[in-house]
Ligand binder design. Structure first.
Ligand code: FES
Length: 181
């Protein structure tokens, strides 16, 4: 009887520990939205998925969250940015991909913020940053320019900014690291 009681207690302790750990991930995810640093802690590297609350992000703003050691750029696009991304002749693209195939909701662009040339982190997360001639991101290392869909438009980068797996948990929250269902 004593043994069963002990087992129950250990199981309870485990459940409490497990749910605390889950809570920790959620809090860490929220904190990362405020961090611009490109030097993630070792524990950040191990997190398989990160939930992000998008509600505070206003139209025209972008945030950076860390996921598996990589910066993820999330931009809430303006109607003009969406229009610019959609109205592009596919023949002009180095790595042709329609905007609709890169987003789940037109307002939200989610991409891995790593230049596909040699891996620098492009600028463009702030409106005041150099965003290049296409309104997206500019890589300061060798001058690659990305548009408002994160597609490569100019410079040596061979590919568009990669879109990570993510899914919407609600209208204003996403989980990065899980495929959309
Ligand atoms: S690493 Fe970005 S252009 Fe070379």
């Amino acid at each position: 009887m004593q043994k069963i009681e002990n087992n129950k207690k250990s199981r309870r302790d485990f459940l409490i520990l497990a749910s605390s750990a889950m809570g920790g991930v959620g809090i860490a995810g929220a904190t990362w939205t405020l961090i611009d640093s490109m030097n993630p802690a070792a524990d950040a590297l191990a997190v398989a998925s990160v939930d992000v609350n998008l509600a505070p992000v206003k139209e025209g703003q972008a945030i950076t969250v860390m996921w598996q050691g990589k910066p993820i750029f999330i931009r809430r696009r303006t109607p003009d940015e969406i229009k610019a991304a959609v109205n592009v002749n596919m023949n002009e693209l180095v790595d042709p991909q329609a905007d609709k195939d890169r987003v789940q909701k037109p307002e939200w662009l989610v991409v891995i913020g790593v230049c596909t040339h040699l891996g620098c982190v492009p600028s463009g997360q702030k409106v005041s940053d150099n965003r290049g001639h296409f309104g997206g991101w500019f890589c300061p290392c060798h001058g690659s320019e990305y548009d408002t869909s994160g597609r490569i438009r100019k410079g040596p980068a061979p590919k568009n900014l990669e879109v990570p797996h993510y899914r919407f948990l609600s209208d204003h929250s996403i989980r990065i690291g899980e495929e959309a269902v």
